[in-house]
Ligand binder design. Structure first.
Ligand SMILES: *[C@@H]1O[C@H](CO)[C@@H](O)[C@H](O)[C@H]1NC(C)=O
Ligand SMILES: *[C@@H]1O[C@H](CO)[C@@H](O)[C@H](O)[C@H]1NC(C)=O
Length: 266
């Protein structure tokens, strides 16, 4: 009798440890973990933290019924701590600030949340993300200014529902700022940035390619070549790749191929 009681206690203790470990693991994923299905709840808790920024509400049979972000309830208390209490500061010993999948690699700055046009985040050089919301009603984020503005037409709000099964494992260009592109993974959106401002992610070739935005000649990764953008009809710009004549290199300032600069002279 006593042995079985001890056994039960042991099982509960081990289970508790596992749940803790799981929580740590989930916490490490950071706020992106939001887009996953909510994990089941600890026994005896009707409210708990799903991750460092999300509270979940549970039924007695340990099913998570719903969840909300602390930040949406009170921006001054963005962290979920303890048994699902929103707080100003992070919980001690829980690793929250892990790389955020919405942060492109090695490019600190402000970025949109491509699945919600009212959300954006600041990414630091370690790809830690600090989430922000457009606070004013009907305001949406503009990547060019890193600010929110009043939405006038529906196209002002660009967002893709990455939870929709149709979109899982699909790539998208973030159209309002096409240097950015993202994958809707099963864990939510993963953001990437083309190395050059003039590049756009080619969804078929799965790589960043130069895109014509105005007529003219533009630098090519190969200095012996250049891109030529020319109108082929009133509204259609077409891209051509040209190679400079032998011994010449493209000079973006002069918009043509010139003799190679002699490094000794400069
Ligand atoms: C977008 O985010 C805001 C703020 O977090 C939230 O209130 C809103 O429901 C979200 N919209 C969608 C479509 O998820
Ligand atoms: C975003 O801001 C830029 C710079 O002010 C502006 O040119 C652009 O039109 C804005 N985008 C939208 C959708 O309003």
């Amino acid at each position: 009798m006593l042995r079985s009681v001890i056994l039960v206690l042991l099982v509960i203790a081990v289970y508790g440890e596992e749940q803790n470990a799981l929580r740590q693991l989930i916490s490490k994923r950071g706020p992106v973990a939001l887009s996953r299905a909510i994990s089941s709840c600890k026994q005896g808790r009707r409210q708990d933290c799903e991750d460092c920024s999300t509270v979940k509400i549970c039924s007695y049979d340990q099913t998570a019924l719903t969840s909300y972000r602390c930040q949406d309830v009170d921006p001054a208390k963005p962290y979920c701590t303890g048994e699902g209490i929103c707080s100003e500061t992070q919980e001690d010993g829980v690793v929250c600030n892990e790389a955020n999948e919405l942060c492109p690699m090695n490019s600190p700055g402000f970025y949109p949340d491509p699945s919600n046009c009212t959300r954006y985040l600041y990414c630091d050089s370690e790809m830690l993300g600090y989430e922000q919301n457009c606070l004013a009603v009907n305001n949406v984020y503009n990547q060019t200014t890193a600010a929110c503005f009043l939405k006038r037409r529906s196209s002002d709000c660009f967002q893709v529902d990455c939870k929709n099964s149709r979109n899982i494992n699909k790539w998208f260009v973030y159209t309002p700022f096409p240097q950015l592109y993202f994958l809707c993974s099963s864990n939510g959106a993963i953001m990437f940035k083309c190395p050059r401002e003039t590049d756009v992610f080619d969804l078929d070739l799965k790589r960043c390619e130069f895109e014509c935005r105005e007529a003219g000649r533009f630098a090519h990764p190969n200095v012996r070549m250049y891109y030529e953008c020319a109108f082929v009809s009133i509204s259609k710009l077409q891209k051509f790749e040209q190679t400079c004549p032998p011994l010449l290199e493209f000079n973006a300032k002069d918009q043509k191929c010139l003799e190679k600069k002699n490094d000794l002279m400069s």
